[in-house]
Design a protein around this ligand. Sequence first.
Ligand SMILES: Nc1nc2c(c(=O)[nH]1)N[C@H]1C(S)=C(S)[C@@H](COP(=O)(O)OP(=O)(O)OC[C@H]3O[C@@H](n4cnc5c(=O)[nH]c(N)nc54)[C@H](O)[C@@H]3O)O[C@H]1N2
Ligand SMILES: Nc1nc2c(c(=O)[nH]1)N[C@H]1C(S)=C(S)[C@@H](COP(=O)(O)OP(=O)(O)OC[C@H]3O[C@@H](n4cnc5c(=O)[nH]c(N)nc54)[C@H](O)[C@@H]3O)O[C@H]1N2
Ligand SMILES: [Mo]
Length: 772
Amino acid sequence: MADRGSTLTSNHWGVGLVETDGERITAVGNHPRDPAPNRLNENIPDSLYGPGRIRRPAVRASWLEHGAAAKRGERGRDPFVEVSWDEVLDLLAGEITRIRTEHGNQSIYAGSYGWSSAGRVHHAQGLLKRFLNTQGGFVRSEGNYSYNAALVLLPYIVGPFYRHVPQSTRWSVVADHSDLVVAFGGLAERNTRVCDGGASLHRFPGSLQACADAGVRFVNVSPLRADMTEDLGGEWMPIQPGTDTAMMLALAFVLLEEGLHDQAFLDRYTVGFDRVAAYLRGKSDGQPKTPQWAAALTGLDANRLTALAREMAAGRTMITTTASLQRGDYGEQPLWATVTLAAILGQIGLPGGGYTIAMAVNANIGNTGRLFRAGVVDQGINPVREMLPVAMISEMLLNPGGAYSYKGQEWQFPDARMVWWAGGNPFHHHQDLNRLRDAFSRPETVVINEISWTATARHADIVLPVAAPQERTDFGAGQSDDVLVPMPAHASPAYEARLEYDIYAELAARLGNPEAFTKGRDAEGWTRRLWRDTQQMAEKQGLSLPDWDAFIEGDMVELPDPSPDQVFLADFRADPEGSPLPTPSGRIELFCAKIDSFGLADCPGQATWFPPRDSREEGPLALISGQPGTRLHSQQDDGAYSRSMKIKGREPVLIHPSDAAARGISDGAIVELFNSRGRCLAGARVTNEVRVGCIFLWTGAWYDPDFESLGAEGTPLDRHGNPNVLTHDLRTSSLSQSPAAHSARVEVRVWPHDETPPAVRAFEPPTLIRRK
Ligand SMILES: Nc1nc2c(c(=O)[nH]1)N[C@H]1C(S)=C(S)[C@@H](COP(=O)(O)OP(=O)(O)OC[C@H]3O[C@@H](n4cnc5c(=O)[nH]c(N)nc54)[C@H](O)[C@@H]3O)O[C@H]1N2
Ligand SMILES: Nc1nc2c(c(=O)[nH]1)N[C@H]1C(S)=C(S)[C@@H](COP(=O)(O)OP(=O)(O)OC[C@H]3O[C@@H](n4cnc5c(=O)[nH]c(N)nc54)[C@H](O)[C@@H]3O)O[C@H]1N2
Ligand SMILES: [Mo]
């Protein structure tokens, strides 16, 4: 190994420069051309070789003994038996055959949501789906955890989210044209360390600084001051989470009452403003959406809201709304209210005006785009029709055959007997983990491909240890990244881990149709094939890429930005008849007859205020579980950088000094967070960076249930600090059925000083025993 010239690798958080000792990866640094490198690469070496790495195939002990008749409620606490690759593949091939024969392919759920790793060929979900499609198919999932409400809502009212993101206005245009940026959910640098498929050159900090240098004024509407770097000199409006819709409606109310709305824009480019105006004035519900009304809900000053509305109308204003807002109760509403407010201002489609959704939720939005797509392993055709809106996993497993509503239609849950996950960690990403544990006690067989002993791996029956990105040959070409990165294998797969490609090829051989999966190629053959496809796509753009052998030994290849001066919806503004929107009316739907016709109480036909659902009884504090700065989600939480930020081994929870004082909590103390759904420990970080009444616990600390310490409802204490033991598993609305993690309430108390808190065990492997 490591005989290649290139030392590069690609991750969702950036390019890495790999150092090895000839056998193992010893350090990973950053690319010298990255203008704003981060420290996430520091997690790699420890995570690859630490105790959390899965070393050999493993089978849950009682499943090995009893197969699908094994007790299912013991998942997550049962010991495992390590077995050989031959044995595990024989077992799995037999189980696939049994499930297919007894229940059909529609009983295999392989929606398998998750971010897995960068790399075009060794894409975990893509390969799993390709394999299962050659075996009769599987139940897929639809949507994602990131911006699902946007995915479903926006096509009805403006156009697909996947048009918003690549076409969003560039920061350089904001610097040149905007006077004011009002950022709902802030513009957190921490989140721009990452982009799916790769974030090679981190331009966000520089782009924002250029705006500030050009005199653009920023307003950070967020419960966290740190969601905007101090250098920008922005104003912090510490809003109560879940109340942005009220604030946006109040801003719109002021514009309307003061005649600052752009009637000509509304007439020409939108439908339904009369309904919006009636709602703003309280004609339809008796409540005018005044700044005083919004002030009571948001905790912001009514006069400041009035003044802000006037400032927004006085110059060129860009409204940005992060994804976080729509990952809360009724998450469709802040999106619709954003569009409504921007339409009333009338600057949509003008340089530096209008709105963008999901600005600052990744490195590349607003900074760069991709000139051409890259080659991809074809997933084939899935003969199974059944699907699942991605966040309904617990509901599906708990209610096979149950009915639900989605996009205005009635659907039925499939009866999933086998669950197969590759490249995701539901015991990190899903809400209400105690409910998920219950749900995971239902299927007959749970299979996982993993690098590390995550909580999901511990809840599986069959665990397949797989190679990490630095242990396989591939190339990085992120969806919106303007760079192609060679990813030579720098070390052999550690211990007995294998390439997932090889695992499927062997399974397909056991099931009798290997060619259907491999098409006669090995993994390296696919890599060359995909590179050739990529070269051809480049050629169509007049660019010539090096051939594979030169590329894989060389440096990353930078591509020109296809549209550096992009202005979102400029084409529509210039010619609304010639470039209509793909909505029913061809215009922006401030009132949407289609959605209205669904008759959904939780998502009516126009932007509407709903208060978040958790009652005060759940706890006095609002819990925000934002993305961690020290890792990607739960990936490599056992790495050096992620661990360095823990407090006595627990995930830090940010709490305001007055909330801390009221509970006798001092900085660095171990605290217990709890509500009716669950409990976890965390380390207190007392800081006035957070709003009063609000606490922050980052996502991604590996869930670490202590079955020795059961709460009143029989729920185990999470020793480490995963917020999803506290979040609710309600959907944003029955329109989109999206996750709503950011709308949980909790209470916090000091862990009693005289009691030693239980040690964190998350980074150790589960108990491994000998076969009976
Ligand atoms: N409370 C709360 N919960 C949230 C959120 C929130 O804001 N609050 N945010 C949500 C969001 S936006 C998201 S996107 C999700 C993220 O949820 P996930 O995408 O599930 O999180 P990751 O930690 O990235 O999980 C990826 C897993 O894949 C494994 N992996 C990496 N590479 C490979 C590979 O090549 N093959 C295989 N087989 N496995 C691999 C990693 O070890 C890791 O365990 O979390 C969601 N959950
Ligand atoms: N370093 C790092 N970066 C990441 C990720 C990661 O795991 N690590 N994950 C990536 C992924 S998959 C995604 S989807 C994006 C997610 O991007 P976002 O969804 O934007 O990220 P969050 O961190 O959940 O939220 C951003 C901020 O929104 C604020 N906020 C939360 N709720 C509310 C609210 O109701 N109102 C207002 N006004 N503000 C609120 C919080 O202060 C929070 O800090 O991040 C990406 N970037
Ligand atoms: Mo996400």
